[in-house]
Design a protein around this ligand. Structure first.
Ligand code: LLP
Length: 419
């Protein structure tokens, strides 16, 4: 968990107090610290590239704001994209097509045609997708997503590498798929696996690397095919709770790269972190609008609910919270922090010891930079909130708050209902 400065009990983010940001831009508000994004990227890039050529493919599903993409493009990142629209956003942010690996599931022919038109590398998820792609064109750079039968993650919904998951091609079939791809005139350049998200140990990454290396070796011996990259996917966890340990990325990089270097001739390693790069760079600021005490519970009612940050409700995820304008003051009372959505499952935090909270206070929800804004919705007809980027005491808006117009703009009233 990132440590924030405190100035007379005011939380400071990128040189600006949370109070100032909330007053100037309104709430709810996602606030991202630019320096933190850059630091996280550099740390993981250096960890891997000091051992062998390495490409960090930022998984932009975590946070696809154009400003964040641009920062990472300037840092030298590559991209893991999952839809043509993510690809288009990344191109718009300045990424070159050869830096983008598209890893989709249930990919339609229309989407593949558009991807081929854009010149990105396509990661094949099924035998049918391979055949369908070959009818669209030849000499297209591809990799193959193997289902490694190694799965891990913070919740069953995010385990992707197990046999029962819908992703990838079973490991026993992968060599045949490469041989077919060559026969079809496609250009295999890599091999990919992704075990899941929010993985806190190095061990499953070692296991998946062993699977990738053994397939790569077989491709070399049986097809004479030397791959440009082995991609171990993303999923590196972060410490959401104060007592959680940080993943040892140095150890992870050492173990993974030494297996690759000693086991096959693949030229580089690729890694696809989303959460690791952006999660702890961002806090969600939300205003206390209603404090309610019942004989059984104490509720802090705030203006952000699962429409703004769905992770607590959807996965039961823990996000640390603090009262930003009483920062560093001792906890006194145990509260549930709940939102404005009309469902009992709408909460941001439960059973948290906080300083006595009053209406008008600002609650900061930590580690909201990954799968925060990107999973937000207009449920209950609430406009999506704004996003701000802070650096050296300056704050810039990077996404406007939506309005009623944004909620209504795509709706149409059939004329027969107008009478
Ligand atoms: N690569 C692939 C192929 C992926 O499917 C994902 C995430 C990643 C990389 C990046 O994973 P990360 O490093 O961010 O954990 N909404 C969930 C997470 C879903 C992740 C889906 N795939 C959450 O809020 O925890």
């Amino acid at each position: 968990m990132r440590k924030f400065e405190s100035l007379h009990n005011q939380m400071v983010i990128g040189g600006v107090t949370a109070k100032e940001l909330a007053e100037r831009f309104g709430t709810p508000l996602y606030v991202t610290d630019e320096i933190a994004v850059r630091e996280n990227f550099k740390r993981i890039q250096q960890a891997f590239s000091c051992h062998m050529p390495a490409n960090i493919h930022y998984a932009c599903k975590a946070n696809s704001n154009l400003a964040i993409l641009r920062i990472l493009e300037r840092e030298g990142s590559c991209i893991d994209a999952v839809s043509i629209w993510e690809v288009e956003s990344c191109l718009m942010a300045g990424f070159k097509p050869n830096k983008i690996l598209f890893t989709g599931v249930s990919v339609s022919d229309e989407e593949m045609k558009a991807l081929v038109g854009r010149g990105v590398t396509i990661n094949i998820d099924s035998p049918s997708q391979l055949i369908r792609l070959s009818k669209i064109g030849t000499d297209i750079p591809i990799s193959v997503r193997v289902n490694p039968d190694v799965g891990a993650g913070h919740h069953e919904h995010v385990v992707t590498g197990s046999k029962m998951a819908k992703f990838g091609i079973p490991k026993g079939e992968v060599v045949r798929i490469y041989s077919e791809a060559l026969g079809l005139g496609l250009r295999p350049v890599g091999l990919h696996a992704h075990i899941g998200a929010g993985v806190q140990d190095v061990a499953p990454f070692v296991q998946v690397t062993e699977v990738l290396v053994s397939i790569a070796r077989e491709l070399e011996t049986s097809l004479g095919l030397v791959l440009e990259f082995l991609d171990i996917g993303g999923g590196i966890g972060i410490p959401y709770r104060p007592e959680d340990k940080e993943m040892d990325v140095g150890l992870l990089a050492r173990e993974v790269t030494s297996l690759i270097k000693s086991g096959c001739s693949a030229r580089s390693v690729a890694v696809e972190p989303g959460r690791y790069i952006v999660a702890d760079t961002t806090v969600l600021l939300t205003k206390v609008v209603d404090v309610k005490e019942t004989p059984d519970r104490r509720f802090v009612g705030v203006d952000a609910g699962f429409n703004t940050l769905i992770r607590p409700s959807f996965y039961g995820s823990y996000h640390h919270v603090a009262v930003a304008n009483k920062f560093g003051m001792p906890g006194e009372i145990t509260y549930d922090v709940v939102g404005p959505i009309c469902e009992s499952g709408d909460f941001l935090a439960r059973d948290r010891m906080l300083p006595r909270v009053a209406e008008g206070d600002i609650v900061a929800v930590y580690d909201a930079g990954a799968y925060g804004f990107t999973m937000s919705s207009q449920y209950n007809s609430r406009p999506r909130c704004a996003e701000v980027l802070v650096k050296d005491g300056n704050a810039s808006i990077i996404r406007d708050r939506e309005s009623l117009d944004d909620i209504l703009r795509h709706q149409r009233m059939p004329s027969r209902l107008m009478v």
